[in-house]
Design a binder for this molecule. Structure first.
Ligand SMILES: Cc1cc2nc3c(=O)[nH]c(=O)nc-3n(C[C@H](O)[C@H](O)[C@H](O)COP(=O)(O)O)c2cc1C
Length: 341
């Protein structure tokens, strides 16, 4: 069934196909009996609760950041069976992102190259969407900085997002690893990370003292980091008050691709990313303190890929590109493999 839909959708440009699908699924969910129809077409995975940092996730498979930047389709993700969704990356001000085309399919490689550049409707719009979030779905807020904000004051943008979203999400991911915002990856140093995370942790302390719920904070890193730089940041995280790491974002590497779009500029995701992302996940797992959390993202195309990330040390996983190529059955397959011995 999904393969049939995919064939039709791949006739459209990737960005158009993205919104066509999501608007169509939203429409179906809002008509009487629509939810039931969708559950017949895409059966939900069996419930498989995972407790991580005080949050009870319905299952360990989440939708990675960037798919639903403005939190417009939360009911769709829940109906398709995701255990959680990371909305964003959101920036304080709305921004258009890079000129189109900026999203490219590489079907022969089961991959995508994107140079979206944090297109999003801004913090207040996301906040409004989240006021109507569905019960029972775990929602993470992936936060970033505007393109026009210099790195020297990037911490102000992250704090704004954190403050405004605190009441509306279950956890935060601090994204300093998109390759499509000029200079963003330069923030992947202990000094910059400490300058960004410090104010968030302080703000959280104040809120919790006043009775707010404690919300975990994760840091999302690039798989292109040099090993020694990654280890330095992991050690910093061990001594910090944040909860863990998301490894990781898209890569700038282009090894072994055969698709015609392989030379497009941007971040590569999907099947060709799995080796690199697992190597970097392994480095994180080997150096991260036991009480910290690891979220594995990158190149999951089948249930076994999700299981491999668990075996390396991931407590949760996320998918993006694999979902485009394999559809909701990927969530099902990943959940099944997750609990196999
Ligand atoms: C079109 C597109 C947009 C993305 N936007 C974001 C984003 O806004 N923030 C972010 O942290 N990651 C973003 N990502 C990266 C994904 O969240 C994920 O880390 C990456 O694609 C690797 O996972 P995958 O191989 O399953 O796709 C984006 C990826 C794609 C393909």
């Amino acid at each position: 069934m999904f393969k049939f839909f995919r064939q039709i959708l791949f006739l459209f440009s990737p960005e158009k196909a993205h919104y066509l699908t999501l608007d169509f699924l939203s429409f179906i969910l809002n008509i009487p009996g629509g939810k039931f129809l969708l559950s017949l077409a895409f059966p939900k995975p069996i419930s498989q609760r995972v407790e991580v940092n005080g949050i009870s996730f319905p299952n360990p498979v989440g939708l990675a950041a960037g798919f639903d930047k403005d939190g417009k389709y939360l009911k769709v993700w829940q109906a398709l069976g995701f255990g959680y969704v990371e909305v964003g990356t959101v920036t304080p001000l709305a921004q258009e992102g890079n000129p189109k085309p900026r999203l490219f399919r590489l079907p022969e490689d089961k991959a995508i190259i994107n140079r979206m550049g944090f297109n999003n409707m801004g913090l207040l719009q996301l906040q409004n969407q989240l006021k109507n979030r569905p019960e029972g779905l775990v929602v993470g807020g992936n936060i970033g900085k505007n393109k026009i904000t210099p790195n020297a004051i990037a911490h102000e943008d992250y704090l704004k997002c954190f403050v405004e979203l605190y009441a509306y999400v279950d956890y935060f991911t601090v994204n300093i690893s998109s390759p499509n915002t000029p200079g963003l990856r330069d923030l992947q140093t202990v000094e910059s990370v400490s300058g960004i995370l410090g104010p968030l942790v302080e703000h959280r302390k104040k809120l919790v003292e006043k009775g707010s719920t404690y919300k975990p904070i994760f840091l999302k890193l690039a798989p292109d980091m040099a090993e020694e730089d990654l280890i330095e940041i992991v050690k910093f995280v061990n001594d910090s008050e944040i909860e863990g790491l998301v490894m990781g974002n898209t890569t700038l590497q282009r090894n072994g691709l055969v698709s015609p779009n392989a030379s497009e500029t941007g971040g590569l995701s999907g099947k060709p990313l799995i080796g690199l992302s697992n190597t970097m996940l392994q480095i994180c797992a080997s150096n991260l303190a036991e009480h910290k959390t690891l979220i594995g993202v990158g190149g999951i195309l089948c249930g076994k890929d999700a299981k491999t990330k668990k075996e390396i040390g991931a407590h949760l996983v996320q998918v993006y590109t694999g979902f485009i190529y394999e559809g909701p059955s990927l969530i099902h397959a990943s959940c099944l493999e997750w609990n196999k011995n």
